[in-house]
Design a binder for this molecule. Structure first.
Ligand code: ATP
Ligand code: MG
Length: 168
């Protein structure tokens, strides 16, 4: 008797969590890489931030949805509470995080190991952005904008528009 062919259909869902206040081209670089590697990528926007966000949760989600429209396997959602609880609920196997420089490493390592302790079934995967974005953060974008510097090329067009609308 011929052995039964074992077909394993495995589809990987990865979650990319962050505050995205606002989304930058560095985040989008990572999302594009993640969307290529994983079957589905769920961008999870953290609802409650420790410091007051510049953009409320609805604005952050809208800007993210608009900026990721071109990738059909990318979905945008909101989460709060423990990331691993949310990941479990959504059936995700992977948490995607970005590493820009050595400075990100220590915090990200701590988070990854704690998340592994909380949920050993979920793997954290790190990706590096293009060098051009390796010094880009939401905090820096807001600071440059506040001081009147050029933010063109650092954020998607929708964020540029919304930032301008904030001051007019
Ligand atoms: N330019 C970038 N390139 C690669 N990864 C990035 C970049 N900016 C942020 N990330 C990663 O995206 C994830 C979410 O980050 P987060 O929402 O804190 O963005 P941020 O730009 O660091 O914002 P903030 O300045 O408010 O901390 C983290 O894993 C972070 O390391
Ligand atoms: Mg950050």
């Amino acid at each position: 008797m011929a052995p039964k062919a074992r077909i394993r259909m495995k589809s990987i869902l990865a979650i990319y969590p962050g505050s995205f206040d606002p989304v930058t081209n560095g985040h989008l670089d990572l999302i594009e890489r993640g969307a290529k590697l994983f079957d589905r990528l769920l961008v999870a926007v953290l609802r409650n931030l420790e410091n007051d966000p510049l953009f409320d949760i609805a604005e952050r989600v809208e800007m993210m949805a608009e900026s990721t429209r071109q990738w059909p396997n990318v979905e945008v959602d909101v989460f709060e509470g423990l990331l691993v609880d949310y990941a479990r609920r959504r059936g995700a196997q992977v948490i995607l995080r970005g590493i820009r420089a050595v400075s990100d490493y220590e915090y990200e390592l701590q988070m990854a190991l704690m998340n592994r302790r909380l949920e050993p079934q979920i793997e954290t995967v790190f990706m590096m952005p293009a060098e051009t974005y390796s010094y880009l953060s939401s905090r820096l974008v807001k600071e440059i904008f506040r001081l009147g510097g050029p933010i063109h090329g650092l954020v998607p067009p929708v964020v540029e528009q919304r930032l301008r609308a904030k001051v007019t």
